[in-house]
Design a protein around this ligand. Structure first.
Ligand code: NAP
Length: 335
């Protein structure tokens, strides 16, 4: 049994689909309010819990041999912040894995943790890496740079608004990776001896500047690469302005300033050799990522899924059914 955290996220969804496509037993640790039902067709089991709830994490670990930890916090919410989830939640997860005799843990970190800064999104991930390395578990830490999907998000804004703010330093060197390739790397990390107790910077097959990644994303999808630059200094100024409103947006702007100015390029050929998988060329990944939204962003898929009465009531009309009334095992399958 492989426990996947962050299963509803952009990367986690791909991890679950990759594992299930080869028939592996998967248990997704999902929060009760999450839109986990998008994964119903995969046949993965759900375990309702929260990384901030130690008891639920320990119960989720029963019978688990491997863990792929793909959780994260994009924008902080009250109580669900970088420190609580990335640092605290990850430490809880690794301690539970250790006490249950888990064989190997793969943790998805971030290349920008290499930057010397005190941004909570990154310092909390550094703390998680340290907790894992000192846990006594067999582990692999993967540090991806930017996802191809990030550039697809920017291009979609060009499609909708005609222009977009391009964050960071345009000349920063990156190797954008498609989340499916990263999911395959996580799977390979469970078995490859060379990746045991290793921390590896990972990325896609081609290196380019942020400017080029954005321009090529727009070009292959028939859009003008129309943008206004939003350099790190601008992002830091925005963070300072947003600070009195609370740390949520301020921290987000600070994280973007580092993520989009940290050079995260890798040697694509060595990636393919290390993990034994062919990596998707950037232009192909750019085409796929542009059309393939996270399922929850697809209006047609949304229409089909949310008509399920049980989930409609629990997810979209909180209060009609209490969270505690949710089924404890896998929900009924519709697909
Ligand atoms: N995007 C990038 O370019 C990039 C680059 C490098 C590294 N990374 C790292 O890659 C990882 C995955 O990124 P992503 O874009 O797939 O993230 P994402 O879409 O924001 O997904 C985050 C996942 O974490 C889960 N989560 C959040 N708080 C939780 C909690 N308290 N308990 C249990 N689960 C919780 C979320 O569940 P809910 O559905 O309940 O919210 C969601 O499934 C992250 O660690 C990120 O930092 C991303």
């Amino acid at each position: 049994m492989i426990l996947v955290t962050g299963a509803t996220g952009r990367l986690g969804t791909q991890v679950v689909r990759v594992l299930r496509s080869i028939g592996l037993d998967v248990r997704c640790l999902v929060r009760k309010g999450s839109e986990y039902f998008w994964l119903n067709d995969t046949g993965a089991a759900y375990f309702f819990g929260d990384l901030r709830d130690q008891a639920s994490v320990e119960r989720a670990m029963n019978g688990v041999r491997h863990v792929i930890a793909a959780h994260g916090v994009r924008v902080e919410r009250t109580g669900n912040d970088h420190r609580a989830v990335n640092a605290g939640g990850s430490a809880t997860l690794f301690a539970a894995a250790r006490s249950r005799g888990v064989e190997h843990v793969v943790y998805i970190s971030c290349a920008a943790v290499e930057a010397d800064d005190d941004v909570p999104a990154l310092s909390s991930k550094r703390a998680a890496e340290t907790a894992l390395a000192s846990s006594g578990l067999s582990y692999t830490v993967l540090r991806p740079g930017l996802f191809v999907q990030n550039f697809a998000d920017l291009a979609r804004r060009v499609e909708t608004n005609g222009n977009v703010f391009l964050p960071g330093s345009p000349r920063t060197s990156v190797s954008p990776i498609h989340t499916r390739d990263l999911a395959l790397m996580a799977l390979a990390s469970l078995e490859l001896p060379a990746l045991k107790n290793a921390t590896v910077r990972v990325g896609g097959p081609e290196s380019m500047t942020i400017q080029e990644a954005f321009s090529r994303m727009c070009q292959v999808n028939g859009l003008p690469a129309a943008h206004w630059p939003l350099p790190p200094s601008g992002l830091r100024a925005l963070a300072a302005v947003a600070r009195p409103l609370g740390r949520r947006w301020s921290n987000h702007a600070r994280a973007l300033a580092v993520l989009y100015s940290h050079s995260s390029a890798v040697d694509g050929a060595s990636m393919a050799t290390t993990f034994g998988i062919p990596l998707t060329p950037y232009d192909d990944a750019a085409r796929t990522a542009f059309v393939e939204r996270h399922q929850s962003e697809d209006p047609t898929a949304r229409e089909e899924k949310v008509v399920h009465r049980q989930f409609t009531a629990t997810i979209y009309e909180p209060g009609v059914i209490k969270w505690d009334d949710l089924p404890s095992g896998p929900p009924p399958r519709r697909d």
